[in-house]
Design a protein around this ligand. Structure first.
Ligand SMILES: [Cu+2]
Length: 442
């Protein structure tokens, strides 16, 4: 019976349990001291350093080379999308196809710290970067030094149970309450730099609205007068674009086209009438490939006007969940966290469940629900007419798209809802992780 299902035991114990399950440090792929791989100058010439590019991280954040000289890089792309391995000085770029390897050689003239990254738009900001440290050793080292310079064998990555669950200390998607100004609903956002705990124990710099990834849920009714005040505490200018609703051009949030970018320390107020009803996104539109993958996105929901056909439909749902899919800090995320810190969706047998699915990331994700076929009732915020509603159990959602899906929770048990690109259900290669959420029907 369901009472024996591990998730019930794990739920509520939160972060602490997750940490103890995972060991120290939690969930990280440990490949050497401090996660570093070391290349000793004493290894046979020419020196070879192996790097794996995954979707959307490198297998190491730090690469060490004992000293200046020629290095051969062997880069394997173990992901399913294009990546490259780029160093600017000295310049080298190696771009293996998905599933393949490629090599390149470069000479490091002097000791120092270099940065390596994937140069394809958005991936560096999503976590595909690291440090390459060239040490001061010249020539071959003595035998004793060789031993100390070689990374120990990588410990086996710690697997997390599929039945585990962890409650993050800070969640995204928190509802934000408006302040009324006459008939206008006024929402205040501040964009700033925070540290975001993407999976237990792993922090990454986020650029966030009100400290949340995704930002707070702005929820209004069709016809409402909406004001969104944004204060820019980021290190660079920004704007907000409201993705989907029908807006006056001046409120579309495209820098230099519809407004000047909001400078560092500056503010701007967007104002529009909420229409039509639907599931939408708000996100930055300035330096987008950098700012949005760092977390500047959130959900905008416009509820239908009372008495409309859509309002009658919506009144029939017993449960509503939001799943914002994307990538952050080298991890695949649902609502700002990778598994096991993803949200648990609960329903009682027989309840009617709606999920609003939003892709605020940079890759397509085929989202699969176990145990059910669901009905796609809305695309990009707008309801499908009765005859166009269709059944799916796997729904591919591209960047910027939204789907509204519904099902009757008539099949009890713990069911997973996950991306079916299987590297996306890992935390940097460690399975299970990433884009897995649990639906618990009791
Ligand atoms: Cu995916």
């Amino acid at each position: 019976m369901f009472a024996g299902f591990g998730i019930l035991v794990a739920m509520g114990l939160g972060w602490t349990l997750a940490r103890s399950v995972a060991g120290q440090p939690p969930f990280q792929v440990a490949t050497g001291p401090g996660g570093a791989v070391t290349l000793s100058a004493a290894l046979a010439e020419p020196r070879t350093l192996t790097v794996a590019a995954r979707d959307i991280s490198f297998d190491n954040k730090t690469l060490n080379i004992a000293g200046p000289g020629l290095v051969n890089f062997v880069v394997s792309n173990t992901g399913v999308i294009e990546h490259d391995f780029t160093i600017d000085i000295p310049k080298v770029q190696i771009a293996p196809r998905p599933g393949q390897r490629a090599t390149g050689a470069v000479t490091f003239q002097k000791p120092g710290t270099n940065t390596f990254y994937c140069s394809l738009p958005g991936y560096r900001e999503a976590g595909m970067e690291g440090k390459l440290v060239v040490g001061t050793s010249l020539g071959l080292l003595s035998r004793g030094e060789v031993a100390s310079g070689v990374a120990p064998a990588a410990p086996t990555p710690t697997m997390v149970s599929h039945a585990s669950s962890a409650t993050p200390p800070v969640r995204g998607n928190q509802p934000i309450q408006p302040v009324m100004d006459g008939a206008a609903k006024v929402f205040s956002l501040t964009a700033s730099v925070v540290q975001w705990e993407v999976i237990p124990g792993v922090f990454s710099e986020a650029w966030a609205y009100n400290g949340q990834v995704p930002g707070p849920v702005i929820r209004v009714a069709e016809g409402d007068r909406v004001r969104v005040k944004i204060k820019n505490e980021l290190p660079e200018s920004t704007v907000i674009h409201f993705h989907g609703p029908e807006l006056p051009n001046s409120m579309d949030g495209v820098p230099d086209v519809t407004q000047p970018a909001i400078p560092v320390g500056g503010s701007f107020t967007y104002e529009f009438k909420a229409t039509p009803a639907g599931t939408y996104i708000y996100h930055t539109h300035q330096n987008s490939a950098v700012q949005e993958p760092k977390g500047l996105m959130g959900a905008l929901i416009i509820d239908p006007a009372p008495g409309s056909a859509e309002a009658v439909r919506d009144a029939k749902f017993d449960r509503e969940y939001l799943q914002v899919v994307g990538e952050f800090g080298g991890y695949f995320i649902l609502n700002g966290h990778g598994f096991p810190a993803t949200d648990v969706m609960e329903a009682k047998v027989g309840e009617r469940v709606r999920i609003r699915l939003i892709n605020a990331g940079q890759a397509a994700h085929p989202m699969h629900l176990h145990g059910y076929h669901f009905k796609v009732i809305g695309t990009d915020g707008r309801p499908l007419p009765e005859g166009a509603i269709y059944l799916k159990d796997t729904l591919n959602i591209s960047p910027g798209e939204r789907y509204d899906i519904k099902f009757v929770a008539d099949n009890p048990g713990g069911w997973v809802f996950h991306c079916h690109i299987l590297s996306h259900v890992t935390n940097q290669g460690v399975d299970p992780g990433g884009m897995i959420a649990v639906l618990k029907v009791v």
